[in-house]
Design a protein around this ligand. Structure first.
Ligand SMILES: [Mn+2]
Length: 199
């Protein structure tokens, strides 16, 4: 007799293939200002997705969520390696690239926020997007300096400064929260990190 509970899902090969493609495509990238492989972010986001009830497809999409935006990989390649559901989620998580004429970092963010607001509440990419924002915000909060001067200065290493980052994170939180379908515990983690960063 055992009351051992089985996992909600078993890997079918999708998540393994997603990992293999992500590890290969992001192999030369490190987190901002460190030698830590970028793969840590992808694993953390996928883990958050799984911890909050995500499916294997959502977990696989999390591993690949930056592959279109940050590497030379096509939608077709993602779809061929995994499937259409996953490729569509990855595409939904990507910000559109603009040419030099749109170097204003807010324009890219504004387009992403508009796209987010148009998404149906049951869109499977939303859990991946929220997990991505939670990991970014918590990682930033963990390395955030203690003094006000150093805090303002901290944002200079990002393309967008303090004011844009604040508007970006608060708009993201509001947009994701408004869907009414995402795990409250995960939304709260984003809110807590935002309070630390932009108090
Ligand atoms: Mn990301």
């Amino acid at each position: 007799m055992t009351d051992k509970q089985m996992p909600n899902w078993q890997p079918t090969g999708l998540i393994q293939r997603a990992f293999k493609l992500a590890a290969k495509k992001h192999a030369t990238q490190a987190n901002k200002g460190s030698g830590i492989p970028y793969l840590t972010h992808l694993l953390a986001v996928s883990s958050l997705v799984i911890e909050h009830g995500g499916t294997e497809e959502q977990a696989a999409a999390a591993l690949l969520h930056d592959v279109l935006e940050d590497t030379k990989t096509s939608y077709k390649r993602v779809k061929r390696t995994t499937n259409k559901n996953i490729a569509d989620m990855v595409k939904a998580c990507s910000s559109k690239k603009f040419g030099e004429e749109h170097s204003d970092p807010w324009i890219v963010k504004k387009v992403y926020l508009e796209k987010l607001n148009d998404k149906k509440p049951n869109d499977p990419s939303l859990l991946v997007a929220l997990s991505d924002k939670v990991h970014n915000a918590e990682r930033t909060a963990n390395e955030y300096p203690k003094t006000a001067d150093a805090q303002k200065n901290y944002w200079s290493k990002f393309n967008a400064g303090y004011d844009i980052q604040k508007l970006w994170y608060t708009s993201l939180y509001e947009g994701l929260n408004a869907k009414g379908t995402l795990p409250p515990a995960l939304l709260e983690r984003l809110q807590v990190a935002i309070k630390i960063l932009f108090n």
